[in-house]
Design a protein around this ligand. Structure first.
Ligand code: SAM
Length: 223
Protein backbone atom coordinates (compact mmCIF):
# COMPACT_ATOMS: atom_id res chain seq x y z
CA UNK A 1 0.00 0.00 0.00
CA UNK A 2 1.26 3.47 -0.88
CA UNK A 3 -0.25 4.71 2.38
CA UNK A 4 -1.86 7.81 0.89
CA UNK A 5 -5.49 8.72 1.34
CA UNK A 6 -7.47 10.88 -1.05
CA UNK A 7 -10.47 12.58 0.49
CA UNK A 8 -13.26 14.39 -1.33
CA UNK A 9 -15.53 16.43 0.90
CA UNK A 10 -18.86 16.39 -0.90
CA UNK A 11 -20.07 19.99 -0.69
CA UNK A 12 -23.31 19.72 -2.69
CA UNK A 13 -26.64 18.49 -1.28
CA UNK A 14 -27.23 16.24 -4.30
CA UNK A 15 -25.04 13.85 -6.24
CA UNK A 16 -25.41 14.81 -9.90
CA UNK A 17 -24.49 12.44 -12.75
CA UNK A 18 -21.28 14.40 -13.56
CA UNK A 19 -20.06 14.15 -9.95
CA UNK A 20 -21.04 10.47 -9.77
CA UNK A 21 -18.87 9.69 -12.83
CA UNK A 22 -15.97 11.76 -11.47
CA UNK A 23 -16.13 10.03 -8.06
CA UNK A 24 -16.33 6.57 -9.63
CA UNK A 25 -13.19 7.31 -11.64
CA UNK A 26 -11.40 8.58 -8.52
CA UNK A 27 -12.43 5.40 -6.67
CA UNK A 28 -11.17 3.09 -9.42
CA UNK A 29 -7.89 4.94 -9.98
CA UNK A 30 -7.17 5.21 -6.23
CA UNK A 31 -7.78 1.50 -5.79
CA UNK A 32 -5.49 0.67 -8.72
CA UNK A 33 -2.78 2.86 -7.17
CA UNK A 34 -3.17 1.13 -3.79
CA UNK A 35 -4.58 4.24 -2.11
CA UNK A 36 -7.67 4.87 0.01
CA UNK A 37 -10.47 7.05 -1.29
CA UNK A 38 -12.89 8.54 1.22
CA UNK A 39 -15.96 10.46 0.11
CA UNK A 40 -17.16 12.31 3.19
CA UNK A 41 -19.84 14.76 4.32
CA UNK A 42 -22.31 12.68 2.33
CA UNK A 43 -25.91 13.28 3.49
CA UNK A 44 -27.36 10.19 5.23
CA UNK A 45 -30.08 9.78 2.59
CA UNK A 46 -27.47 9.74 -0.18
CA UNK A 47 -25.36 7.18 1.69
CA UNK A 48 -28.23 4.69 1.35
CA UNK A 49 -28.67 5.34 -2.38
CA UNK A 50 -27.83 3.10 -5.34
CA UNK A 51 -25.34 5.73 -6.54
CA UNK A 52 -23.31 5.33 -3.33
CA UNK A 53 -23.50 1.54 -3.63
CA UNK A 54 -21.93 1.83 -7.10
CA UNK A 55 -19.18 4.04 -5.69
CA UNK A 56 -18.64 1.64 -2.80
CA UNK A 57 -18.31 -1.26 -5.25
CA UNK A 58 -15.70 0.79 -7.15
CA UNK A 59 -13.65 1.18 -3.96
CA UNK A 60 -14.94 4.39 -2.32
CA UNK A 61 -15.54 4.65 1.42
CA UNK A 62 -18.60 6.84 1.80
CA UNK A 63 -19.25 8.49 5.15
CA UNK A 64 -21.52 11.07 6.70
CA UNK A 65 -19.05 12.87 8.98
CA UNK A 66 -16.44 15.34 7.77
CA UNK A 67 -12.66 15.15 7.59
CA UNK A 68 -12.07 17.53 10.51
CA UNK A 69 -13.99 15.07 12.69
CA UNK A 70 -12.61 11.69 11.63
CA UNK A 71 -9.01 12.89 10.99
CA UNK A 72 -8.96 15.44 13.84
CA UNK A 73 -5.75 13.89 15.17
CA UNK A 74 -3.75 14.35 11.94
CA UNK A 75 -4.58 17.81 10.68
CA UNK A 76 -0.91 18.62 10.11
CA UNK A 77 -0.65 15.68 7.68
CA UNK A 78 -3.59 16.87 5.54
CA UNK A 79 -3.01 18.90 2.35
CA UNK A 80 -5.92 20.82 0.84
CA UNK A 81 -5.65 21.14 -2.92
CA UNK A 82 -6.66 24.73 -3.28
CA UNK A 83 -6.72 26.80 -6.50
CA UNK A 84 -5.99 29.89 -4.35
CA UNK A 85 -2.99 28.46 -2.46
CA UNK A 86 0.29 30.38 -2.65
CA UNK A 87 2.49 27.30 -3.06
CA UNK A 88 2.36 24.74 -5.88
CA UNK A 89 2.24 21.02 -5.03
CA UNK A 90 5.74 19.57 -5.17
CA UNK A 91 7.04 16.01 -5.27
CA UNK A 92 8.63 16.57 -1.83
CA UNK A 93 5.14 17.15 -0.38
CA UNK A 94 4.83 13.35 -0.51
CA UNK A 95 6.91 13.36 2.71
CA UNK A 96 5.01 16.12 4.48
CA UNK A 97 1.46 14.89 3.89
CA UNK A 98 -0.34 11.57 3.70
CA UNK A 99 -3.91 12.81 3.21
CA UNK A 100 -4.89 14.92 0.20
CA UNK A 101 -8.18 16.77 0.41
CA UNK A 102 -10.34 18.05 -2.47
CA UNK A 103 -13.58 19.95 -2.73
CA UNK A 104 -16.44 17.80 -4.00
CA UNK A 105 -17.70 20.63 -6.15
CA UNK A 106 -18.79 20.55 -9.73
CA UNK A 107 -16.56 22.86 -11.75
CA UNK A 108 -18.10 26.20 -12.57
CA UNK A 109 -17.23 28.99 -14.97
CA UNK A 110 -16.20 31.46 -13.74
CA UNK A 111 -15.01 29.59 -10.62
CA UNK A 112 -16.93 30.65 -7.49
CA UNK A 113 -14.14 29.68 -5.05
CA UNK A 114 -16.22 27.22 -3.07
CA UNK A 115 -12.96 25.55 -2.04
CA UNK A 116 -12.91 28.44 0.47
CA UNK A 117 -15.40 26.38 2.54
CA UNK A 118 -12.52 23.97 3.26
CA UNK A 119 -9.76 26.62 3.31
CA UNK A 120 -11.42 28.45 6.22
CA UNK A 121 -11.02 25.28 8.33
CA UNK A 122 -7.26 25.97 8.34
CA UNK A 123 -5.76 23.14 6.28
CA UNK A 124 -2.37 23.67 4.62
CA UNK A 125 -2.98 24.42 0.94
CA UNK A 126 -1.21 23.60 -2.30
CA UNK A 127 -2.08 24.70 -5.81
CA UNK A 128 -2.02 22.57 -8.98
CA UNK A 129 -1.29 25.41 -11.35
CA UNK A 130 -3.39 28.42 -12.32
CA UNK A 131 -6.22 26.68 -14.20
CA UNK A 132 -9.35 25.10 -12.74
CA UNK A 133 -9.45 21.30 -13.05
CA UNK A 134 -12.29 18.86 -12.61
CA UNK A 135 -12.12 17.04 -9.28
CA UNK A 136 -11.02 13.74 -10.85
CA UNK A 137 -8.30 15.59 -12.80
CA UNK A 138 -7.08 17.31 -9.62
CA UNK A 139 -6.85 13.92 -7.86
CA UNK A 140 -5.08 12.40 -10.91
CA UNK A 141 -2.51 15.21 -11.01
CA UNK A 142 -1.91 14.98 -7.25
CA UNK A 143 -1.36 11.23 -7.53
CA UNK A 144 1.11 11.75 -10.40
CA UNK A 145 3.09 14.30 -8.36
CA UNK A 146 3.03 12.49 -5.04
CA UNK A 147 3.17 8.82 -6.08
CA UNK A 148 4.83 8.88 -9.50
CA UNK A 149 7.06 11.85 -8.57
CA UNK A 150 6.31 13.69 -11.82
CA UNK A 151 6.88 17.44 -11.32
CA UNK A 152 3.71 19.47 -11.86
CA UNK A 153 5.11 21.33 -14.87
CA UNK A 154 5.95 18.06 -16.63
CA UNK A 155 2.45 16.60 -16.54
CA UNK A 156 1.01 16.64 -20.08
CA UNK A 157 -2.17 18.68 -20.14
CA UNK A 158 -4.58 20.61 -22.31
CA UNK A 159 -6.55 23.71 -21.36
CA UNK A 160 -10.15 24.30 -22.39
CA UNK A 161 -10.45 21.51 -25.01
CA UNK A 162 -13.26 21.76 -27.50
CA UNK A 163 -15.71 18.99 -28.15
CA UNK A 164 -17.27 18.79 -31.54
CA UNK A 165 -21.02 18.45 -31.25
CA UNK A 166 -21.89 18.36 -34.94
CA UNK A 167 -20.71 19.74 -38.28
CA UNK A 168 -21.17 23.33 -37.11
CA UNK A 169 -21.07 23.39 -33.32
CA UNK A 170 -18.46 22.79 -30.65
CA UNK A 171 -18.51 23.25 -26.92
CA UNK A 172 -15.53 24.32 -24.82
CA UNK A 173 -14.79 22.55 -21.55
CA UNK A 174 -13.57 25.34 -19.21
CA UNK A 175 -11.00 23.18 -17.40
CA UNK A 176 -7.43 21.87 -17.59
CA UNK A 177 -7.19 18.11 -18.25
CA UNK A 178 -4.32 15.62 -18.18
CA UNK A 179 -3.78 14.21 -21.68
CA UNK A 180 -3.25 10.59 -22.67
CA UNK A 181 -0.53 9.26 -24.99
CA UNK A 182 -2.52 10.42 -28.03
CA UNK A 183 -2.86 13.95 -26.68
CA UNK A 184 -6.54 13.67 -25.80
CA UNK A 185 -7.99 14.84 -22.48
CA UNK A 186 -8.52 12.07 -19.93
CA UNK A 187 -12.13 12.13 -18.80
CA UNK A 188 -14.26 9.67 -16.81
CA UNK A 189 -15.74 6.81 -18.78
CA UNK A 190 -19.21 7.85 -19.89
CA UNK A 191 -18.54 11.59 -19.53
CA UNK A 192 -18.54 12.35 -23.25
CA UNK A 193 -21.89 10.60 -23.59
CA UNK A 194 -23.23 12.68 -20.72
CA UNK A 195 -22.00 15.94 -22.24
CA UNK A 196 -23.38 14.87 -25.56
CA UNK A 197 -26.77 14.05 -24.02
CA UNK A 198 -26.76 17.36 -22.15
CA UNK A 199 -25.89 19.34 -25.27
CA UNK A 200 -28.35 17.66 -27.58
CA UNK A 201 -29.35 14.01 -27.66
CA UNK A 202 -29.63 14.16 -31.45
CA UNK A 203 -25.96 14.94 -32.07
CA UNK A 204 -23.76 12.11 -33.31
CA UNK A 205 -20.04 11.75 -33.77
CA UNK A 206 -18.87 13.71 -30.72
CA UNK A 207 -15.13 13.81 -30.39
CA UNK A 208 -12.35 16.15 -29.34
CA UNK A 209 -11.17 18.79 -31.77
CA UNK A 210 -7.52 18.13 -32.51
CA UNK A 211 -5.10 21.05 -32.45
CA UNK A 212 -2.16 21.22 -34.84
CA UNK A 213 0.11 24.26 -34.71
CA UNK A 214 -2.60 26.14 -32.88
CA UNK A 215 -5.09 25.48 -35.68
CA UNK A 216 -8.18 23.43 -35.02
CA UNK A 217 -8.70 20.42 -37.23
CA UNK A 218 -12.04 18.81 -37.81
CA UNK A 219 -12.62 16.18 -35.17
CA UNK A 220 -12.75 12.56 -36.24
CA UNK A 221 -16.29 11.30 -36.50
CA UNK A 222 -16.33 7.91 -34.83
CA UNK A 223 -19.97 7.20 -35.42
C1 SAM B 1 -13.92 21.56 -9.91
S1 SAM B 1 -12.82 22.09 -8.70
C2 SAM B 1 -13.76 23.35 -7.95
C3 SAM B 1 -13.21 24.66 -8.17
C4 SAM B 1 -14.36 25.59 -7.93
N1 SAM B 1 -14.79 26.31 -9.05
C5 SAM B 1 -14.35 26.34 -6.66
O1 SAM B 1 -15.39 26.93 -6.44
O2 SAM B 1 -13.40 26.31 -5.85
C6 SAM B 1 -12.92 20.84 -7.47
C7 SAM B 1 -11.72 20.69 -6.57
O3 SAM B 1 -10.58 20.31 -7.34
C8 SAM B 1 -9.40 20.86 -6.76
N2 SAM B 1 -8.76 21.73 -7.77
C9 SAM B 1 -9.20 22.00 -9.03
N3 SAM B 1 -8.34 22.79 -9.69
C10 SAM B 1 -7.30 23.03 -8.84
C11 SAM B 1 -6.08 23.78 -8.93
N4 SAM B 1 -5.75 24.44 -10.03
N5 SAM B 1 -5.27 23.81 -7.83
C12 SAM B 1 -5.60 23.14 -6.70
N6 SAM B 1 -6.73 22.42 -6.57
C13 SAM B 1 -7.58 22.35 -7.61
C14 SAM B 1 -9.83 21.63 -5.51
O4 SAM B 1 -9.70 20.80 -4.38
C15 SAM B 1 -11.30 21.94 -5.82
O5 SAM B 1 -12.05 22.12 -4.63
Amino acid sequence: MAGYTFVVEHLDPELGPWSALEYKTIAQESKNAGCRFILSSVPESLLQSQDLQILHDAGAEGRNDSIEEYFADRKDRICLLDPAAKQELDTTDANQFDVFLFGGILGDDPPRDRTSELRKKGFTGRRLGPKQMTTDTAVRVTRMVVLDKVPLDQIPSVDFPELKLNEHETTEMPFRYVTDSTGKPIMPEGMIDLIKADADKAFDGLDFVDEVDGMENLAVDKS
